[in-house]
Write a protein that binds this ligand. Structure first.
Ligand SMILES: [Zn+2]
Length: 210
């Protein structure tokens, strides 16, 4: 399978329902999210996102199931020293997909009604869970992949477990661990003649031994 830089998946073979047509569509690729997509989800990435998914026909006329994963390296600031930290993140997802021709130009996540609205659910038939609505055989999963990855990124990170953080004047103490106000010089040189290992020899009268 050839890696690609988007997340477009063509489901027309599933939608035909012709005898002998496949009952699933597998796809994978490398997604390079647009700056707008990243900004919308407050995400920074260190490279393309790897994604793979399978869309299966579930037997109904226009009902499908997608499951897959998206993974990548996101960039976050260490919460102590504010240096950039690369964090590997992976998200997996499973959604029912509903096809309504021409209904929506883009793949749309339709969220289930809140419990408080549940008395109205009857009008929606059996679709009472979050599902994906698509209205065109070629589906762009890109924006949702970015969104799902953003949800999985940790709230905060440390560059290392014992990150020393910043000093009061903003110096990174990991790089300059000795950055403290100077308070005198330590390690006075205590060498003197009495401590010399050869001091005792001075008392020997080498000449008299002969
Ligand atoms: Zn840090």
């Amino acid at each position: 399978m050839v890696p690609r830089s988007d997340a477009l998946v063509n489901l027309s073979s599933l939608l035909r329902h012709a005898p002998g047509s496949p009952s699933d569509v597998e796809a994978e690729g490398l997604l390079v999210p647009s700056a707008e997509e990243l900004a919308a989800d407050g995400l920074r990435v260190a490279g393309p996102l790897h994604w793979q998914l399978v869309v299966r026909s579930t037997g109904g006329d226009d009902d499908y199931l997608v499951d897959g994963t998206v993974s990548g390296t996101v960039v976050m600031e260490c919460r102590r020293c504010l240096e950039d930290v690369e964090v590997p993140v992976e998200a997996s997802f499973v959604y029912e997909m509903v096809y309504q021709a021409g209904k929506t130009p883009a793949l749309t996540l339709v969220e289930a009604p809140l419990p408080s609205d549940e008395q109205d659910v009857g009008a929606f038939g059996d679709v009472d869970e979050d599902h994906l609505l698509f209205g065109h055989p070629e589906v762009d999963f890109g924006p949702l992949l970015v969104q799902w990855l953003a949800i999985e990124q940790p709230l905060t990170v440390l560059c290392q477990p014992d990150c020393r953080g910043l000093s009061i004047d903003g110096v990174n103490l990991n790089e300059y661990p000795d950055h403290v106000p100077a308070e005198g010089v330590e390690g006075k040189d205590a060498k003197d003649s009495a401590s010399s290992p050869f001091a005792a020899l001075a008392d020997l009268d080498v000449e008299s031994s002969s």
